[in-house]
Design a protein around this ligand. Structure first.
Ligand code: ADP
Ligand code: MG
Length: 257
């Protein structure tokens, strides 16, 4: 694996000059981003600005056309090919938890099995060990008693908490949230946001794409406003929300505040 060598403290996530094109459409136009350990970055911006593409590129669900991604000093999009790259990316992905808008739980598996599956398959845990981890993580999101329930019997907020527990069970170095609450009924948003706040209190490194400006202001150390595939403005929440410098940022926020 390729590593960076430097005496400065190593960022947890680093994105350098990320470019992504779909055909003629350039969706990421040279993104640079450094996330230090334990920091929480909220990513805001209009639909189509490249927020999901950026998150998906970080754990290599999308392949960049140009640029580098590092996780804790290890290059995610390492210049490897074939089976060597597959081994590399599988190892790296285990260190990143991703939570999507639409839960992506396996409907035919119980809640417990949704959480234990990767632990047994990828981490080589026994079913008993994995169930113990699952129980702990489900307890953290308030669902310890739902181990043997199927996802169809859960509310959207509960499903999303299972998805978070499943990601956390792998012991990730960073959590990526892509509009984790956008598909939820309004009354279910808070229970999911609360779990993210809990993680923040535990100093989990997080990148959170969100349309909830109030939540972003509360939870984030830094806010990044994207538009048209570039980072237009970034800074502390108080600055971005109360005193944005760029007209594009002001125009966007006017619709929310
Ligand atoms: P956001 O998450 O900010 O709404 P996305 O990253 O999803 O934005 O999308 C950015 C742009 O890339 C949009 O114009 C979208 O239509 C386009 N796009 C995303 N995924 C694909 C794809 N697989 N093929 C072609 N275009 C895509
Ligand atoms: Mg998106």
């Amino acid at each position: 694996m390729t590593t960076t060598s430097s005496s400065a403290p190593r960022p947890m996530v680093e994105v350098r000059n990320a470019h992504k094109r779909y055909g003629a459409l350039e969706v990421l136009k040279g993104i640079d981003l450094t996330v230090d350990r334990g920091r929480i970055i909220a990513i805001i911006g209009p639909s189509g600005s490249g927020k999901s593409t950026l998150l998906r590129s970080i754990n290599h669900l999308e392949t960049l056309n140009e640029g580098e991604i590092f996780l804790d000093g290890v290059q995610v999009n390492a210049p490897l090919t074939g089976a060597a790259f597959e081994r590399h990316i599988n190892a790296v992905r285990q260190q990143m938890g991703m939570v999507f808008q639409h839960f992506n739980l396996f409907p035919h598996l119980t809640v417990g099995r949704n959480v234990t599956l990767a632990l047994t398959l990828l981490k080589g845990m026994s079913e008993a060990e994995a169930r113990e981890v699952a129980r702990d993580q489900l307890a953290k999101v308030g669902l310890a008693d739902r181990m043997d329930t199927h996802p169809a019997r859960l509310s959207g907020g509960q499903k999303q908490r299972v998805a978070i527990a499943r990601a956390l069970a792998m012991g990730p170095k960073v959590m990526l949230f892509d509009e984790a609450t956008s598909a939820l009924d309004p009354e279910l948003v808070d229970e999911v946001n609360l779990v993210m706040k809990q993680l923040a209190a535990e100093h989990m490194t997080m990148l959170i794409v969100t349309h909830e400006m109030r939540f972003a202001e509360e939870v984030a150390d830094e806010v990044l406003f994207m538009d048209g595939g570039v980072v237009v403005e970034q800074g502390p929440p108080a600055e971005i929300f109360r005193n944005p410098r760029q007209e594009r940022t002001r125009g966007f926020l006017r619709k929310y505040l």
